[in-house]
Design a protein around this ligand. Structure first.
Ligand code: PEP
Ligand code: MN
Length: 334
């Protein structure tokens, strides 16, 4: 709708679209109002939408994703969780251990990251491990420890859901439900969290294209949950000097293709702690809306991802270095 369009004119367009059996979603932005029309392309083409009063232009979405497409929202989406924000001018700083291991380890990490300005606490309860013989996570017990950490620090919790059988417990404990890289195209799980009342942090799969990631997000949005944070966490390539190859180009592309916030996981991409800070800074500089970082009081004793976790003693300095780049980008830690 043009800048001068009245609310009545917007309602009129919505009513005409709905009459024709087209789903109409209104997004009111700072400068314009966008009406997303989702329906049969040929049917839409028969409607004289361009002639309706107040309509400025009709933009066809030619990509296979629709609900998450940039064109469908007037402004970038901001995900708000307990007053913490991710997206647009707000940079999310999500930090915590790879796995929840003990009460002490979880609470100590939560205290340190909260004091250093982190906006959310991460911690795995159910872990997707390459080997079935390694630590698989504390499960339900870990969810209780995360709740305790939240009660003490006020930090919202990000934790992974791997199995639809745990949806109730995980959705109850989590403020943001993480879908891990290995489940990036688990369409049943995606539809399941699409029906949940909590935001979703959707990681890109190890060999998933940008378009496939956006289609995965579309599965979540299609069920009604449009509070989605996308996460680039490195992909499989021929390179062996890092654990995965961090695809910062994909972050730049995603920022053009979708209105959803896009964050970066420098920890799993690096696989080694000395590279986490440079990758985190690069993420902020390329325009990411946040990072999710692993930190542990005694990384060398960690039960998972020992090599890549930053010692909590170094986390405050790490956070300050990242915050400097965030400020350079004209954003604030949300
Ligand atoms: C994690 O965040 O601990 C994790 C397992 O990440 P990913 O799914 O990206 O490997
Ligand atoms: Mn990990």
């Amino acid at each position: 709708m043009g800048p001068e369009a009245t609310p009545d004119q917007t309602d009129h367009v919505v009513a005409r679209l709905e009459e024709a059996g087209v789903d109409a979603r209104v997004s009111r932005g700072r400068e314009a109002t966008v009406i997303g029309a989702i329906g049969d392309r040929e049917l839409l083409a028969t409607l004289p939408v361009e002639g309706y009063p107040g309509v400025e232009q009709v933009v066809p979405i030619v990509k296979p994703y629709r609900l998450v497409a940039r064109e469908l929202a007037a402004d970038p989406t901001v995900i708000e969780v307990d007053g913490r924000r991710v997206g647009d001018s707000y940079f999310g700083l999500i930090a915590g251990p790879c796995s929840v291991e003990t009460r002490e380890q979880t609470l100590e990490t939560a205290r340190v990251v909260a004091a250093a300005g982190a906006t959310m606490l991460r911690g795995g309860a159910f872990k997707p491990r390459t080997s079935p013989y390694t630590f698989q996570g504390l499960g339900i017990e870990a969810l209780e420890l995360l709740k305790e950490a939240k009660a003490e620090t006020g930090l919202p919790i990000v934790t992974e859901l791997m199995d639809p059988r745990h949806v109730e417990e995980v959705v109850d404990a989590a403020d943001v439900i993480q879908i891990g890289a290995r489940n990036s195209q688990n369409f049943l799980l995606l539809s399941e969290v699409g029906r949940a009342e909590k935001p979703v942090l959707l990681k890109r799969g190890l060999s998933t294209s940008v378009e496939e990631l956006l289609m995965a997000a579309e599965y979540v949005a299609k069920e009604g949950n449009d509070r989605i944070i996308l996460c680039e966490r490195g992909m499989k390539t021929f390179e062996t000097s890092t654990r995965f190859t961090l695809d910062l180009g994909a972050v730049a592309v995603l920022k053009k293709e979708t209105h959803l916030p896009v964050i970066v996981d420098p920890s799993h991409a690096a696989g080694r702690r000395d590279l986490v800070l440079p990758l985190a800074r690069a993420a902020a500089a390329v325009g990411a809306d946040g990072i999710i970082v692993e930190t542990h009081p005694q990384p060398e004793q960690a039960l998972s991802d020992a090599a890549q976790q930053i010692p909590t003693s170094e986390f405050p300095a790490f956070a300050a270095e990242v915050a400097a780049v965030v400020a350079l980008m004209g954003k604030e830690i949300g």
